[in-house]
Design a protein around this ligand. Structure first.
Ligand SMILES: Nc1nc2c(c(=O)[nH]1)N[C@H]1C(S)=C(S)[C@@H](COP(=O)(O)O)O[C@H]1N2
Ligand SMILES: [Mo]
Length: 526
């Protein structure tokens, strides 16, 4: 029993050493090639949409942490089992550890952002390190009899030692390897911290020019300042984050390039960050929404974005929308981490404030939100418009190419659905009877919100008071004062958009093109 535990421990230490070596090399070469990251990204890409949707719903922005913890737990289990296997046959066990390295290397190479053969190195080196450690430690563990059994099975030489000596050697060797791996891991973290600091410093030196077209002044009263309601403008630190990136790309704006090419692009171009900053910039308040947002969900926010008008840039490059005879109906944006986002060219060029954003709420884009440049198209869900860490724009057709989420059964085209949300009172709140303020937000980007209504216990719809409108591209706050009576009540909200269309009552799932239905909240008035 004690030997089995020691054997499992030797497997764990071998795995620990393997990961430490792999991570150090990964950080030294490029963050996204680390085995856990590469495997995690591959798992994300292969996870069925339903499961992914469930993960986003259940774990929110922690979904990636949960995934990485899951992969680590799996590796821990495998390492312990291989350690025990090594008691019987250490060649086979060490071979299995090496095979893990080869598998990790294969997955790293298959990533869209692999970049070359070097991507295989961290996993390969880690696998070899782990295999050597396990082979040596298992050798220390082998008692003379066990070694003979092992020798018979695998051709190992029996060790002559007996008594306490091998045990002491095993403990020393294990502790030594663990300490060494910890040192290697610390070096990896120090290196990573250094490159993060360099990226932060690079971002800090970016000076955003003043917009040629500043955001139109907001009318008074866009924010009703009701306690518990999302503020009109979302602070960067509070802005939701949804993406597939396990390691947030940290791009040096000095070496960043954007390629613009494809069907009907008369003048293909490569733009630098300075090229973009040198153009006439616009500043706009725009509400961004994720298609994975459930009715009543949190994946929606409004920021003041600064960016290059995308329609004009496309015009200059010779692009014409399909309505003017252009051959491309889809614009595919690609990010440095291999995400692809397809938007209708017609929509991007219809005069709305589609942009290549460089600023968010008065600062350069945060790394999490796409530094140095991301795309935005008001009125479309993020997965069909808002490519972060963008590096390539290709004009093509919907027939010729399916973007990342479209390959995974989400809709090709996805305009934002009209939605309204009750922010206060919270579900199962226990307000005192009397006047209770019911309030929240409603959005229908690029159509605007014309009316919000509330009802209690499926009674008559009551018109809510609307906050002033920022623009048709922003959400709108609303409030309604309720004379609440004791007991359990259900509150419901619905909005009417700027075209006069009423928000549908029909409840749908988020996949394929966004959740619909009325948000309701149950409260217990005391
Ligand atoms: N490179 C990249 N861009 C991306 C994504 C991604 O996974 N990778 N996710 C998209 C989705 S689904 C949404 S909703 C928005 C979210 O932007 P945010 O994280 O800044 O809120 O980014 C979009 N752009
Ligand atoms: Mo999204």
């Amino acid at each position: 029993m004690a030997r089995a535990a020691a054997a499992a421990l030797s497997g764990l230490v071998a795995g620990y050493a393997a990961l430490a070596v792999a991570e150090l090399l990964a950080v030294a070469l490029r963050p996204s090639t680390g085995p856990v990251t590469a495997v995690g990204a591959a798992v994300i890409d292969r996870t069925p949409s339903g499961v992914k949707d469930w993960a986003v719903r259940t774990f929110g922005t922690d979904d990636k942490l949960v995934l990485q913890a899951g992969i680590l737990a799996f590796l821990v289990l495998c390492a312990a089992l291989l350690g025990i296997l090594a008691l019987r046959t250490r060649r086979l066990a060490a071979g299995c550890v090496a095979a893990f390295g080869v598998l990790g290397a294969g997955i790293a190479l298959s990533r869209p952002d692999a970049g070359g053969l070097l991507a295989a190195l961290p996993s390969l080196a880690g696998g070899i390190a782990g295999a050597v450690v396990l082979y040596v430690l298992a050798g220390q563990l082998a008692s003379p009899e066990a070694a003979e059994v092992g020798a018979a099975a695998s051709g190992d030489l029996p060790r002559p030692d007996s008594g306490d000596l091998p045990r002491r050697r095993f403990v020393l060797a294990t502790a030594g390897v663990a300490a060494g791996a910890t040192g290697v891991g610390a070096a990896a973290r120090a290196l990573e911290a250094g490159s993060t600091a360099a990226a932060e410093a690079g971002r800090a030196t970016v000076e955003l020019p003043a917009p040629a077209s500043p955001a139109p002044p907001l009318p008074r009263g866009v924010d009703l300042r009701v306690e518990g309601v999302a503020p009109f403008r979302t602070a960067n630190r509070d802005f939701y984050r949804v993406d597939t990136a396990l390691d947030v790309p940290r791009i040096d704006p000095g070496s960043w390039r954007l390629r613009l090419h494809g069907k009907g692009v008369g003048n293909p171009r490569v733009l630098t960050f300075q090229d973009l900053l040198g153009r006439a910039l616009v500043e706009r308040d725009i509400t961004l929404t994720c298609v994975s947002n459930e009715v009543g969900g949190p994946y929606v926010g409004t920021a003041r974005w600064l960016g290059v008008p995308l329609g004009a840039l496309l015009e200059e490059a010779g692009v014409r929308p399909p309505s003017r005879g252009g051959p491309a109906d889809q614009l595919v944006a690609r990010s440095v981490d291999g995400m692809t986002v397809g938007s209708p060219v017609e929509t991007v060029m219809d005069g709305r404030d589609a942009m290549l954003a460089v600023g968010m709420n008065g600062e350069p884009l945060p790394f999490d939100h796409g530094f140095p440049v991301r795309m935005l198209v008001p009125g479309l869900y993020g997965y069909v418009s808002a490519c972060k860490w963008i590096e390539d724009i290709e004009l093509t057709t919907f027939d010729d190419y399916d973007a990342y989420w479209v390959k995974r059964d989400w809709a090709r085209e996805a305009p934002v659905k009209t939605q309204s949300r009750i922010d206060t009172p919270k579900p199962f709140a226990r307000p005192a009877a009397g006047r209770v303020t019911v309030a929240g937000v409603a959005w229908a980007q690029h159509r605007g919100i014309d009316r919000v209504e509330v009802r209690v216990d499926e009674g008559a719809w009551q018109q809510a008071e609307l906050a002033a409108e920022g623009s048709v591209d922003t959400w709108r706050q609303w409030r309604w004062d309720w004379a609440a009576t004791p007991g359990s009540h259900i509150l419901q909200v619905r909005a009417t958009d700027g075209t006069g269309a009423l928000q549908t009552a029909k409840r749908t799932r988020t996949i394929p093109d966004g959740a619909s239905g009325w948000h309701s909240v149950v409260v217990n008035v005391t």
